[in-house]
Write a protein of this length. Structure first.
Ligand code: PEP
Ligand code: MG
Length: 561
């Protein structure tokens, strides 16, 4: 047995064989020439054969896929045979270019042309780049980029995963996610929890294991073991038996003594919202609207946006839906809004700040939200991400009022907002703690970096103190404004107890975590949760805070959490 310690980000104990995510395809060197002794005719034939193979492979996958996935695969397969793409490359080969360089350059021109056409065509621009990378991989004889395909379920091992990878990740085939890089607040962690897959990040060295290696993954303990023994097999079987106990959420989050803590869902669109409603979510605590904008080269119209928002509102008639305005920038770049050349994007023009450099987009989004709200029955609250000062909060509240939005709020993600929550909450109706970003900014540790995973955990006493200060601020001056948590911290059942003890009023998480959080929360009284919060605040380190609290919650071990 060989052990790879990492950071557990989504619970579950499972055994399976691994498939490595292929490395991204590098650009063939500019000016690369035809190999000596190869004629342009031979090179063109090789290129056509590679393109044909890519087409056939994508088409075969489309035949086995359904719904959106099928349509995407069919469209991409067709692109591999696109005449303009192949003819463009053949011309370059005739002028002496290598086939890899030729298809690369031809792909760039076709993609740029589609991009300039706008609308539906512009959306196809990224498909061309995907096909181009696949053809180059075929010519090099290396695995195609993207999530590997397999007829058998497997454990996916990657350096890290990007939001776009989710589109092709089939949760029926992928048993667990393991990454060598990435931190606990990275996209891999968010994706794993939303799909209910066990996951471990920052497990250095796992990306060196050969495909087909059998491994044991413990997503709560944060460990990977290659070639597991019988005791680990038994642990995986025991987990499979308890997992079904955690499948159901009664629909009311509360402590043992009846202190209510509404458990809400984090969603990215209508489908997520419908699934969350089915899983018993008491509303939506974070609607990440950028998911409606991602992979768009132009701003969606007010009508398009309103339709997307209404889709979410309609899943929760009469219930609270907290929508977050666009959070572009840093790890979520948007071509029409953010500057990819910024030297320090996490500290740059992101979230609410994009309104400084590109005014109008936020106003139109608020207009679309107000329009969708009028046509639905949800209780809509709207918050801005990356608010740093009371002045920004006041300005956002004014913009909301002008658009006809009744309940404006802010996300507390920047330490300055936690420290001045009292003055900020004079201006708006509520706050929601984005603990993923609050942690990265409090600890000055990029949330995407594996080597900083130890710093980048919301169990850090410094982060918990900032949560405590935000709650204190919300109660200052006699006002009592709601403060929720919508970062990944809320999905950790032990941390959910601590946050409740610190006084947060709602917890919002991926819907798959609702049952586990509810099951643990109902084993403690509010007074006990407050004691555990004090214990965590007094710990000298994140590791000790977590260990001390977990020790007092035996239900975690019983449920394998
Ligand atoms: C957060 O920062 O905690 C949060 C909820 O926002 P996101 O993860 O989308 O940045
Ligand atoms: Mg955030």
């Amino acid at each position: 047995m060989q052990n790879f310690p990492g950071v557990g980000v989504s619970p579950g104990r499972i055994i399976g064989t691994i498939r490595q995510m292929p490395k991204p395809i590098s650009e063939p060197p500019a000016g690369e020439q035809l190999a000596a002794g190869t004629t342009p005719e031979e090179a063109t034939a090789a290129l056509k054969a590679a393109a044909g193979a890519v087409h056939d492979e994508l088409k075969a996958r489309a035949d086995h896929a359904t719904g959106d996935g099928k349509a995407v695969l069919e469209a991409t397969a067709l692109m591999a045979k696109d005449t303009m793409l192949i003819k463009g490359a053949a011309k370059l080969i005739a002028r002496g270019s290598s086939p890899q360089r030729a298809i690369w350059e031809s792909g760039s021109s076709v993609s740029e042309m589609l991009h300039n056409l706008g609308g539906y065509m512009a959306e196809r621009a990224t498909d061309v780049l995907d096909v181009r990378a696949r053809i180059v991989a075929e010519l090099r004889g290396v695995p195609a980029p993207g999530i590997p395909t397999s007829n058998e379920p497997f454990i996916l091992v990657a350096e890290d995963l990007a939001p776009a990878d989710t589109a092709t990740l089939d949760p029926n085939k992928v048993l667990a996610l393991v990454t060598a890089g990435g931190g606990p607040q990275s996209h891999t962690a968010i994706i794993a929890r939303s799909l209910g897959l066990p996951a471990v990040v920052a497990a250095v060295g796992v990306d060196e294991l050969p495909d087909g290696t059998e491994v044991y993954v413990d997503g709560a303990a944060g460990s990977i073991t290659a070639n597991p023994d019988d005791s680990l097999r038994a642990a995986a079987e025991a987990w499979a038996a308890t997992a079904s106990l955690l499948a159901e959420f009664s629909g009311t989050g509360s402590t043992a003594d009846g202190h209510l803590v509404p458990l809400l869902a984090n969603v990215g669109g209508a489908k997520d919202a419908q699934a969350a409603a089915k899983l018993g979510a008491q509303g939506v605590g974070l609607f990440r609207t950028e998911f409606c904008f991602l992979e768009r080269d132009t701003e969606p119209t007010v009508e398009e946006q309103a339709a997307a928002y209404k889709g979410v509102f309609d899943a929760f008639p009469g219930k609270k839906v907290v929508l977050r305005t666009l959070d572009a920038g840093a790890d979520k770049p948007l071509p029409f809004l953010t500057d990819s050349t910024e030297p320090n994007p996490a500290l740059g023009v992101r979230g609410y700040r994009t309104d400084f450099t590109t005014p109008g987009v936020l106003d139109r989004q608020l207009e679309a939200i107000a329009k969708a709200e009028k046509e639905s029955e949800a209780d809509v609250w709207v918050m801005a991400p990356m608010i740093s000062t009371a002045e920004e909060a006041a300005r956002f509240a004014t913009m909301c009022a002008e658009a006809g939005i009744k309940t404006p709020g802010v996300m507390v993600e920047v330490p300055s907002a936690a420290l001045t929550a009292d003055t900020i909450l004079r201006e708006v109706g509520f706050a929601s703690l984005g603990t993923n970003d609050l942690t990265q900014y409090a600890m000055a540790a990029d949330r995407q970096l594996g080597p900083l995973a130890g710093l980048n955990t919301p169990w850090q006493p410094a982060v918990l103190r900032l949560v405590g200060l935000t709650v204190e601020g919300s109660r200052a001056e006699g006002h009592n404004k709601p403060v929720g948590v919508c970062g990944e911290a809320a999905a950790d059942p032990a941390l959910a107890v601590v946050l409740t003890g610190l006084g947060v009023t709602t917890l919002s998480m991926t819907a798959r975590s609702l049952a586990a959080v509810a099951a643990v929360l109902k084993t403690v009284t509010l007074a006990e949760a407050q004691e555990l919060a004090k214990l965590a605040l007094s710990a000298p380190s994140a590791v000790e805070a977590r260990a001390w609290v977990r020790e007092k919650l035996p239900v975690l071990e019983e449920l394998g959490l």
